[in-house]
Design a protein around this ligand. Sequence first.
Ligand code: ZN
Length: 281
Amino acid sequence: MKLLRYGKLGKEKPGVLDAEGRIRDLSAHINDVTGDTISPKSLAKLRKIKIDSLPIVKGRPRIGACVANAQKFIAIGLNYSDHAAESGMKVPPEPIIFTKHVSCICGPDDTITIPPKSKKSDWEVELGVIIGTKAKNIKKADAMKHVAGYCTINDLSEREFQIERSGQWTKGKSYDTFGPIGPWLVTADEVKDPQNLHLWLELNGKRVQDGNTSTMVYGVAYLVAYLSEFFTLLPGDIITTGTPLGVGMGMKPQRFLKPGDKMKIGIDGLGVQDQVVVRDK
Ligand code: ZN
């Protein structure tokens, strides 16, 4: 299933995409797409619904983040060796973990606001993993049972705040709208191999990132188990798993986001995001 949330910010309703790509209203069955409604039990119930019997949503509503009320938005740094090299950093001996505060989460096509003083806002297409059941001190072999599904994420980053302003990366990773998530939460049963997904990003129509999750340093199962050693992963938590080569910081000369820039971001089977950049006041 491709679950989604549609409608005005803060008033989103749950939906599901049908085989023809139309949004069907799921609100007779669940009140929202959250940690509770993506549990294995809830997904099994939803799978029994005949999607074609649900009301078609008319028009082209705004799409919200594909899961609501996440408690954690965890990111993995330097998880592709080619991106580590372009960043002038070494692949770490263990995964680098940082937080994107959940207040940065937005819809996949929402306008991206860069901070008033930003000179180095940058893009990162990433595979998002959404947790379906509580995971604490789990083994790698059991990790995939805890994954509800996957989504496309743009891990927007202000490089000056992240790297030059000292302290944690969180500073450069959490501005409002720096976390577009979706359009869909694609349930894990529909993603044959999360370690073989083509992911790409276009800036103003030019492809700048073009990678595959097969070249991740630490794969999804390893990451879920690894994170669960340090804190409990809860249903609805989001993990963004790192970006491949092709960010603005790695270009020669470097190229950062400016107002009017357009980004198109996709992962095969997980949907496409479309964003315009403005500067926040
Ligand atoms: Zn990232």
